[in-house]
Design a protein around this ligand. Structure first.
Ligand SMILES: NC(=O)c1ccc[n+]([C@@H]2O[C@H](COP(=O)([O-])OP(=O)(O)OC[C@H]3O[C@@H](n4cnc5c(N)ncnc54)[C@H](OP(=O)(O)O)[C@@H]3O)[C@@H](O)[C@H]2O)c1
Length: 281
């Protein structure tokens, strides 16, 4: 960020849910916004409210050409990009075996290859500036998984893995990186879920989770405006986190998973270390 100049955001998935809440919150404090989605109609109110400070562009993140075009338009309009919110995505629910090849490839196309398209198009701008902040749209499902979310989690784990490498590549170039890991949030995400076909053998696992999820009360879902506020806090921090978890359900789930992993690592360390050619000192 440059002192005295409002930061410019490039936000994907900005037409709904967390992305729209983020675009609204950043615009409300005077930042410049490039808001990207396939259907930009839901962004008309934001554009009307803020005029030329909000540029809404119809883009499918699966198209490298469309993403590059949008980044060129962003630089033409605002001269720079300070924060990239790589947020567009959707979910696929069903047992791993139930998801068809088409469904699995489609969710990777948006959630992973879309993220890569945005990185390839925006990072040249950020590297030239030697500044910027990349927010990678992950999920608590990027840290934990349970029956029914295998393919969705696979996409988010992929984003987590590439981002763990990315942070060390970008840090020397003056670019910050934060993985955003929301818990269940009240957006259009659940209504837009792709659902895989049914195999009876998964009724006792996947369908039980599906039923339990459908019966969750509204208060089980966090407010996207509060998620956006947490993201702004991270972006404004002198030392932003590599992983920003939002919602106490996500915090509890990730903490339990980490504890379990550490306990298992310790319990099996003697077996693991026994393969060393030279015994550890
Ligand atoms: N809600 C949750 O419980 C939750 C929890 C953890 C993580 N997340 C993550 O948060 C992110 C935002 O989701 P949300 O909850 O805000 O859901 P949402 O309300 O459904 O918003 C999804 C956004 O992504 C856009 N999008 C989807 N596919 C796209 C494509 N191919 N190209 C461009 N834009 C596309 C949608 O707009 P168009 O359809 O118009 O393109 C929309 O703006 C996702 O990455 C999701 O995995 C959500």
């Amino acid at each position: 960020m440059t002192k005295g100049i409002p930061p410019t955001w490039f936000i994907t998935g900005a037409s709904s849910g967390i992305g729209l809440a983020l675009a609204r919150a950043a615009a409300a404090r005077g930042d410049d916004i490039v808001a990207v989605a396939r259907d930009v109609a839901p962004l008309s109110t934001l554009v009307d409210e803020h005029g030329p400070r909000v540029l809404a562009l119809p883009v499918d993140v699966r198209s490298a050409a469309e993403v590059h075009g949008a980044v060129s338009r962003a630089v033409e309009a605002f001269g720079r990009i300070d924060v990239v919110a790589n947020n567009a995505g959707y979910g696929l629910f069903g047992a791993v075996e139930e998801s068809t090849d088409d469904q699995a490839r489609a969710v990777f196309d948006t959630n992973v290859f879309g993220v890569l398209n945005v990185l390839r198009a925006t990072l040249p701008v950020l590297r030239a500036q030697r500044s910027g902040h990349v927010l990678q749209g992950s999920s608590y499902y990027g840290r934990v998984a349970h029956p029914g979310v295998g393919l969705l989690s696979a996409t988010k784990y992929a984003v987590e893995g590439l981002t763990d490498a990315l942070v060390g590549e970008l840090q020397p170039l003056g670019i910050k990186v934060t993985l955003v890991e929301p818990g269940p949030t009240a957006t259009a995400f659940v209504s837009r879920l792709d659902v895989a076909g049914t195999i009876d053998d998964y009724d006792g696992t996947v369908r039980v989770v599906q039923k339990a999820s459908a019966e969750l009360p509204p208060e089980a879902f966090d407010d996207p405006d509060r998620v956006a506020a947490a993201i702004l806090t991270a972006v404004d921090a002198d030392r932003p986190p590599l992983r920003l978890v939002t919602g106490s359900f996500a915090v509890r789930s990730i903490r339990a998973a980490l504890r379990g992993q550490l306990e298992e690592l310790d319990a099996w360390a003697p077996t693991a270390e026994a393969v060393d050619r030279v015994p550890a000192a």
